[in-house]
Each structure stands twice: as structure tokens, then as C-alpha cells.
Design a protein around this ligand. Sequence first.
Ligand SMILES: [Zn+2]
Length: 209
Amino acid sequence: MAPGAWASAVTHSLATALRVAVAILLSALLLACPAEEFHARLTGRTIRVAAEDSLDGTTGWRPEQREVLLGRVLRVLAATGDTWVASGTGSADVVIYAYPASSCAVEGSGRYVAGARYVEIDPACTPSEDVLAWVATHELLHWLTWDRHRWLGHVCAFPSEVADCHEEVFGPAILAPRIPDLGDGLSLDVYLRHADVRLLTVLSSAHGR
Ligand SMILES: [Zn+2]
């Protein structure tokens, strides 16, 4: 083999090896990315969130629960396309109040009333950080769809599952009427499902925002 041809062969093998390495790296990265994560179009809006104990002083947040509410939950909500940041109560767009629910039954662990600039969650009804993150994300989505689109309801598995199902978007969702039953009920993967993101897209196009 002439020196030139030899060098060319070496270069060729190196290039092939490099291409294989890049291909392996890319597939590893793709595998590392959770396929289930969905993201809405960026809105450019920053939403400030605070967490407060109940106004009547009967219940409040432990430090690790505040960390879930103002850390993990806000990172999950980035999938709405907004930038969610922790803030003081005075400058908050929405406040997460602890409140003593009368019962932890269906919809009892958290609530949002249309028009309010706060959501309420009973810390006694959220027995794990996953459940707390799920309920807080659910209630803050209620606040968001009302604040932005004047829509308040749920993403159902099928039409008429509950009275306030969205008429077009169905499927597994954080905005489902009920928290999923996963055996022990304490471990949940908290991220916006495809149907949650689709709801935001459908509401945006319906309301031109
Ligand atoms: Zn709800």
C-alpha cells in the first residue's frame, strides 16, 4: 500500500469509528431522555409562586414540603411553556396555602376556586412528596387555565367521567379528575402528560393567546 493510500485508509477508518461513536452517543442520549416528557410552546411569561401556612394558623408546610412546592413543582410546571419562580407572598401571582380540609376524599386534598389568586392544599392529605407534587401541580394548572383562558375543568379518560370534562382533550393527565391509584398510592411520576400539554395548546388556540 502506498503511503498516501495507507494514510487515507487510516483516515477513513477513523472517520467510520467516529461516526459509530457519535451514533452510539446519540442513541444513549435519546434513551436517557424520558420519552413521556412533553412541553408546550414557550410563552415568555414568568409566574411567581409563594407557599404560605393557613391563615387561621391551624396547619402549615414543613421545610421539605416547601422545597417540593417551590422547587420540584415549579420545575414540572416549566412544561406549560411559562417560567415558574418562587417568590414572596406580596409579589406572588399565585399562593399555595395550606388549609385544613374537612376530608381527604376525592378532590378533598386540594382545591381551586375560579378567580382566586391562590390554591389550597391540605398537608395532612398528601402523605408523600410525590402526592404533594402531584396535587400542587394539579391545582396550579387549574389556576393557570383559569387565569389565562377563563377555563376551569378536568382532562378526563372518557366523556362525562365527571361534570367538567374538557370536550375535546382526553387521556391520562395530571389534570385528571382523580389521582391515579398506583398500588401504595404514594409513588407517582409527576410530569405533564401529553393530554395536559395538548389542553394548553387547544385552550391557547381557542382563545387566541
Ligand atoms: Zn381538579
